[in-house]
Ligand binder design. Sequence first.
Ligand code: ADP
Length: 190
Amino acid sequence: MLNLVLFGPPGAGKGTQSAKLIEQYGLIHLSTGDLLRAEISAGTTLGLEAKKLMDQGILVPDAVVIGMIDNKLNENKAAAGFIFDGFPRTVAQAAALDNLLAQHDVSIQQMIALEVEEEELTQRLLSRGKTSGRPDDQNEDLIRKRVQEYTEKTAPVADFYAQQGKFTGINGVGEIEGIYAQIVSIVEKN
Ligand code: ADP
C-alpha cells in the first residue's frame, strides 16, 4: 500500500496535485474538507455543527475528522493506498492516524509538504473563491484566520513526520507539472 500525506497551508495546491497522483497511482483521495462539505450538503447534524466552525475558519474537533477517516479506511480495505489531503491537521490527528493505520497493518510512507508564502496563498484563495462557491474563500479576513490556524495548530504536524524521517518539503510555487514531477520523484524513492 502507498499511503501519502499531502501537506501545506490552504491554497498550497494539495487538491490539484492529489488529482494527478490519484490518476497515476490509483489511490483513494481522503480530503476531510471534502468529507465535511459533503456532510453539510447532506444536511446532517455533524455537517451543521462543522459548518459553524468552518464558516469562521476554525478547525473542527479532532474526534470528528478522526471518526470520518476511520470510517473511510474501513470502507476501503482493498485500496491500493490513500492520499490524505487536509488531514492530519493537528498533532493529535497525526498520532490517531498512525494508530488507525497500524490496525490495518499499514503506515504512512511519506509526508510531502507544498511550501507557499502567505501573500501568494491569499491571492490564490480569493481567485478560487470567484468560481468555487466556497464561502471561506471569499473573505480575506477568513482566509487569514485559516492561515493563522494552520501556522498555530497544523505546522507542528510537519515535525511529527520529520521525527519519523518521513518529511519532504518542496516549493509549491511554479508550474503545476514541475511541482508534480518533484512529488513523483519523492514517491518513487519510497
Ligand atoms: P483549505 O485547506 O483550502 O482550507 P479544506 O477543504 O481542507 O480547505 O478545509 C476547509 C475547512 O474544513 C477548514 O478551514 C476546517 O474548518 C475544516 N477542516 C478540514 N479538515 C480538517 C481537519 N483535518 N481538522 C479540522 N478541521 C478540518
